[in-house]
Design a protein around this ligand. Structure first.
Ligand SMILES: [Zn+2]
Length: 233
């Protein structure tokens, strides 16, 4: 993984906030080194907190608007302007949608943006949307498809990733985000209402803990861990 002016980095994430949790420090670093970054969200991120099917309340509309606004502020704070939302797709319900629809959405963005590097979820997560996003990206990146990036990595989402019964995500690529930690936290704090006190993983301490844990694996103060799943040279 290398970032410069020729790098076109696409993040395919299930929900607004996954991009900051999974790779916010790396995105800040990539932009500082001249990379173009685009983010695609495949769904929204609050409906799971409401009774199934009951999404017409004022409270739902309020929380939904807060999340969308938070995403826009977080991405702006990272310097990312190329963002694709699908705020109509309900979270934790990606399994109710034909996979091919999600695959084609991703292919549309790949064909437009022509990424050289792609980041997405790893398949060992509690959140079913994260698993389906991985599967959809795998399908969208069949080598016969146009403009498939040559480097594809998966990232981890604290909470969904470390609450699995079988914690088998094993990163093999580490990005030093020590100098970009403030940017990651600043972006994370744009997502109002998403944090809770430690030991909730999505607390400031939780995010720092996983970054230090990944850092210890490779001699860095703070790192984000990725798994390289395909590299064509
Ligand atoms: Zn998510």
């Amino acid at each position: 993984m290398y970032f410069d002016e020729d790098t076109r980095l696409l993040v395919v994430a299930a929900h607004p906030d996954d991009e900051v949790l999974g790779c916010g420090g790396t995105l800040a670093r990539a932009i500082a080194q001249g990379a173009q970054v685009a983010v695609q969200f495949l769904g929204e991120g609050v409906s799971v907190r409401f009774p199934y099917g009951q999404y017409d309340s004022e409270e739902f509309k309020k929380q939904s608007a807060v999340r969308l606004e938070g995403a826009k502020m977080a991405l702006a704070s990272l310097g990312i302007t190329d963002v694709t939302f699908n705020h109509e797709r309900k979270c934790c319900q990606f399994d109710t949608v034909p996979l091919t629809i999600i695959v084609k959405e991703i292919q549309t963005v790949i064909e437009r943006f022509k990424p050289t590097i792609l980041f997405t979820h790893n398949p060992v997560e509690v959140n079913i949307d994260h698993c389906i996003t991985y599967k959809a990206v795998e399908n969208a990146c069949r080598p016969t498809c146009p403009f498939v990036p040559k480097e594809i990595y998966t990232f981890e989402i604290v909470c969904s990733g470390n609450w699995t019964f079988d914690a088998s995500f094993k990163p093999n690529t580490y990005v030093d985000v020590s100098k970009f930690w403030d940017k990651k936290l600043k972006a994370w704090h744009c997502y109002e209402g998403e944090a809770r006190p430690f030991p909730f993983p999505r607390s400031d301490m939780g995010l720092e803990t996983i970054s230090r844990y990944r850092g210890m694996a490779c001699g860095l103060e703070k790192a984000e861990g990725f798994k390289l799943v395909r590299h064509v040279i």
